[in-house]
Design a binder for this molecule. Structure first.
Ligand code: COA
Ligand code: AMP
Length: 629
């Protein structure tokens, strides 16, 4: 069957379609009901089935003759290390680390926070939780202690797993002091902290609470996989929303395993035994789905890369990894390619590597600009596949499903809806729009398996955030259109979420920090286009009456505050001081209009604006900062 037929079947008869896909997974007990749609918008997949995700990602491959196949290649130019871990070794490490966790009191349904760099032990920790039926929540290392503390308080973990540190580009970072600070800030306490000691940075342990991973593993006993319900949670992943409080996206076990396993062949055209590299970080959804779970569920070899696309040591790093490890498919963010293109515009460093193993490049996380698309296509001469998805969905919503049928690429579009996703465009009143009409991108319910089951401990917020604006649809918060051939175009977020180098951050959260500065009366933070990182945050602040501040000095203080409170990954560096912010007559700040001015886009003067002259000042201030104005 071709794409059109499979897609039609998945929408018309999702039960039959996903029941078939479910055969890719080993169940202890087959599901009774494939889709329980009795309580919309809460849909449950594979109800009554029991399985273990770790068993499916590790043990079954060992039992099926893959014990000696490499499961994980750890390639760390920053520590000059290459380490290969077979499925047999992975089973040994994961089952014994699960024993360590069990010894420390972790069991089915408990939560565990993982705050680790890009090392294989991060995957061991995630899989060990899955093995026990515990729920992990991985926090990206670029978040500051207070962000980690927010997640500790919300997830209420029994235990926290970290490493003594990481090398980020050329900087050595100590993680343990950040963890200690987060635990000081958090009101929830953890029973234990397990620290993977790395030889280039030490960690101070608190007696009775903290342990070194290596010490505990010396006497660890392997434990077996615990069967869990398909609908039991596998993990929580916090993602930025429009406020300072992130959303705890909750993923189940059954739907997740089925969807990711299915996606490896159908979307990425990768099969067991082949090498798949997702150059992201375990702290993001791409890392969860396509560094750890997807490739391992499918019996592939996955690459853990602790480095950057440039500077570790140069812009040839990506080509080196592909050639050295026989990578068939690479998945990364367009930013990585923009960074390489900037350093090596003619792609000279690529020429010295044999890339004959390389079949396709997949890009996601932010809009793929046409320069980057053409540069990568011309240089690599392989399909360059843009695909669109979100932390919430956990896997692609729109993509070229090359494993089913490779469709012609239209640059600027991630191609067509992935099997299982009924994507529509609606206006603000929820009316479905026609071809080429731009509006809100929504997905008709039910969402396919593997997408968010709910928000952790907050069903009300789940309904309010995604399901209420357009009843019967999931609201993606992205704007876009579908053309006459059914190709989807994603134009960007309609809310206060921005994408900096493919990393999702909330300008609302940054505003909350900037607003606490003693000299700031009010402020607006929004995303402005950036040639390398796609978007960068820009802050406009109004000072309290009578305060006089040097703008550069104040900007430096605000940058430091955002760095301390949210983390370096927020990349907040640019501030202008203005006399007033443009507002509606009811006092709502016109962020959308400022965003349009900063990005040099056409905008209509809002009819509700209280004082149109404020826009002139904003325009001048943004020009002063080097934006289109
Ligand atoms: N732990 C701690 N700090 C981190 C971190 C981590 N895991 N990851 C990033 N940071 C810090 C960086 O050191 C930097 O700090 P600085 O301001 O002190 O220099 C800051 O956060 C911003 O990092 P980054 O956006 O990575 O910028 P960069 O200038 O170091 O690198 C690129 C630029 C383009 C090379 C880099 O963003 C990149 O490789 N992007 C690929 C995108 C990607 O993988 N996205 C994943 C989603 S698919
Ligand atoms: P995240 O949850 O971090 O994956 O970020 C999701 C958001 O990133 C989406 O809502 C989009 O705004 C943006 N995004 C991801 N992939 C793409 C893409 N291929 N094209 C355009 N935007 C994208």
């Amino acid at each position: 069957m071709k794409y059109d037929d499979i897609f039609a079947l998945s929408i018309k008869d999702p039960t039959t379609f996903w029941s078939e896909a479910g055969r890719g997974i080993d169940w202890y007990k087959e599901p009774d009901v494939i889709l329980d749609d009795s309580k919309p918008p809460f849909y449950r997949w594979f109800q009554g089935g029991t399985l273990n995700t770790c068993y499916n990602a590790v043990d079954r491959h060992v039992e099926n003759g893959r014990a000696d196949q490499v499961a994980i290649i750890f390639d760390s130019p920053v520590t000059d290390t290459i380490r290969k871990i077979t499925y047999g070794q992975l089973q040994d490490q994961v089952s014994r680390f699960a024993g360590v966790l069990q010894d420390k009191g972790v069991g089915k349904g408990d939560t565990v926070i993982i705050y680790m760099p890009m090392i294989p032990e991060a995957a061991f920790a995630m899989l060990a939780c899955a093995r026990l039926g515990a729920i992990h929540s991985v926090v990206f290392g670029g978040f500051a202690p207070s962000e980690l503390a927010l997640r500790i308080d919300h997830a209420q973990p029994k235990l926290l797993i970290t490493a003594s540190g990481a090398i980020e580009g050329k900087k050595t970072l100590a993680y343990k002091p950040l963890v200690d600070k987060a635990l000081d800030i958090a009101s929830h306490g953890v029973d234990s902290v397990i620290v993977l000691k790395r030889d280039f940075v030490d960690a101070q342990l608190t007696t009775g609470r903290d342990y070194f991973w290596q010490d505990l593993m010396e006497s660890a006993q392997a434990v077996d996989c615990v069967p869990v319900e398909a609908t039991d949670p596998l993990y929580i992943l916090y993602t930025s929303g429009t406020t300072g409080m992130p959303k705890g996206v909750m993923r189940d076990n059954g739907g997740h395993a089925v969807a990711l396993h299915w996606s490896m062949k159908s979307i990425y055209n990768v099969e067991a035994g082949e090498v798949f590299w997702s150059a992201s970080d375990v702290g993001w959804v791409v890392g969860h789905s396509y560094i750890v779970y997807g490739p391992l569920l499918a019996g592939c070899t996955t690459v853990f890369y602790e480095g950057k696309p440039i500077g570790t040591p140069d812009a040839g790093a990506v080509w080196r990894v592909i050639a050295e490890h026989g990578v068939k498919t690479l998945f990364t963010a367009p930013t990585a390619f923009r960074a390489i293109k900037k350093e090596d515009p003619d792609g000279k460093l690529c020429q010295s590597f044999d890339l004959s193993c390389f079949e396709a490049l997949y890009l996601a996380g932010e809009r793929l600009d046409s320069d980057t698309y053409h540069w990568a296509s011309d240089l690599l001469k392989v399909p360059v596949i843009d695909h669109w998805w979100q932390t919430e969905t956990g896997w692609a919503i729109v993509a070229n499903c090359r494993g089913i049928e490779e469709l012609p690429v239209k640059p600027g579009s991630p191609t067509k809806p992935v099997v299982g996703y009924d994507v529509r465009i609606v206006d603000d009143e929820g009316k479905v729009l026609g071809a080429n009409e731009e509006g809100n991108v929504v997905i008709k319910l039910p969402l396919p398996p593997g997408t968010l089951a709910s928000l952790w401990r907050d069903e009300e917020k789940f309904e309010k955030s995604y399901m209420t604006t357009f009843p019967g649809y999931y609201e993606t918060s992205d704007g876009g259109f579908i053309d006459e051939d059914g190709y989807v175009y994603i134009m960007g977020r309609m809310d206060d979420v921005i994408n900096i180098a493919g990393h999702r951050l909330s300008t609302g959260a940054m505003e909350e920090v900037v607003a606490t500065h003693p000299d700031v009366a009010e402020c607006a933070v929004f995303g402005a286009a950036d040639q390398l990182k796609g978007q960068m945050p820009v802050g406009l602040v109004v000072l309290k009456a009578g305060r006089q501040r040097d703008a550069a000095e104040l900007g430096g203080e605000l940058a430091q505050m955002v760095r301390d409170k949210i983390g370096p990954i927020a990349c907040y560096r640019t501030t202008a001081v203005v006399n007033r912010l443009p507002k509606t007559r009811s006092g709502k700040i016109l962020r959308g209009t400022m965003r349009a001015i900063a990005n040099g886009k056409e905008y209509r003067m809002p009819s509700t604006i209280d004082d149109p002259t404020t826009l002139d000042e904003i325009s001048d201030a943004l020009k002063g900062l080097g934006f289109a104005g």
